[in-house]
Ligand binder design. Structure first.
Ligand code: R5P
Length: 310
């Protein structure tokens, strides 16, 4: 078996370090330079020849910078005769651009998948893509993990005797149902319509939430627009309490502070994206053990799906 070589981009050094610690492998050094003309140059400072190279880069803000960095790293690994180039992308930012729902727009999720393959990526390991079709945008194998196991383990410590899981939209209802099944809970879903990046409407909630302790589950919280709209409906329908959970806690525009200042009892996310602020209501669950286990299994040619069911 070829030796494993793990490199990290600059987007989430803490997660890279944690993954390497779980794998018990050293993190290989990377030199990142910016020229006077603003172009980037990346140098992988460790031998890649015939190695099983893993490049960890979460596509978080500034997304374009981190994307180009990842593309350059993949190209550098391929050019250095890597045996295989694996991109580990805990948060795949362009996943929400997964359909042509307006004239003359690009399907960015597909374009970025093509760019990664063109740059030399042979395999992708990622977490909770926004929609199932994004998986199909890749022409190389994709191991698509979710964080339901970690989230469910957290909520199992709570009193769930009166709880219900609520998905903000029907698109995520299947995942919410899988999460609810893990906890032995009923599930409900919002009828959500997105007007713009900053405006959503949830006309109704399908399912019974009156008097219940609600666990809202979404794939990501960005500006929090979705969650705040859902909170209004849940209050109107008489929910007793609301906790909020997601995989990707992006928390743009102070969404975390705003959410923590609301009446939600707790906010739970994973560390797929780095978090700059802390809050007493916030719990961040690590996906490093799951990603490290998947990397180890990919490297050893073992089943990944048997570990992380969808
Ligand atoms: C969109 O459909 C996703 O599932 C999330 O609901 C969305 O990304 C959350 O974004 P925001 O917090 O800005 O509403």
């Amino acid at each position: 078996m070829r030796e494993i070589a793990v490199f990290g981009g600059s987007s989430h050094p803490q997660l890279t370090a944690e993954i390497c610690a779980h794998l018990r492998v050293p993190q290989r050094p990377v030199l990142l330079k910016r020229f006077a003309n603003d172009c980037l140059e990346v140098q992988l400072q460790s031998n890649c020849r015939e190695r099983d190279v893993f490049i960890i880069q979460s596509l978080v803000r500034p997304v374009q910078e981190h994307l180009v960095e990842l593309l350059l790293m993949a190209d550098a690994a391929r050019g250095a005769s890597a045996g295989r180039v694996n991109a580990v992308i805990p948060h795949y930012a362009y996943a929400r651009s997964d359909k042509k729902d307006a004239p003359r727009i690009s399907i960015g999720g597909r374009l970025v998948a093509d760019l990664l393959v063109t740059a030399g990526v042979d395999r992708v390991l990622t977490l909770n893509l926004h929609s199932p079709q994004v998986h199909g945008f890749f022409s190389v194998p994709v191991d698509h993990l979710h964080a339901l196991r970690e989230l469910a383990a957290h909520f199992r410590q709570r009193d769930l005797s009166n709880a219900v899981v609520v998905s903000p939209d029907l698109g995520y209802a299947k995942s919410a149902a899988a999460f609810a099944r893990r906890l032995g809970l009923p599930v409900a879903a919002g009828a959500k319509e997105r007007m713009s990046d900053t405006e959503v409407r949830i006309a109704a909630i399908i399912g019974d939430v009156a008097g219940r302790d609600v666990i809202v589950l979404d794939d990501e919280i960005s500006r929090g627009t979705t969650v705040f709209e859902l909170l209004d409906r849940l209050r109107e329908q008489g929910a007793r309490s609301v906790a909020v959970a997601c995989t990707h806690g992006l928390f743009a525009d102070n969404a975390l502070d705003k959410l923590a200042a609301s009446d939600v009892t707790e906010i739970v996310c994973t560390n797929s994206a780095p978090l700059e602020t802390e809050h007493s209501k916030l719990t961040v669950l690590s996906v490093a053990p799951a990603l490290a286990e998947a990397i180890s299994r990919i490297h050893n040619g073992e089943s990944v799906s048997s570990l992380f069911d969808h």
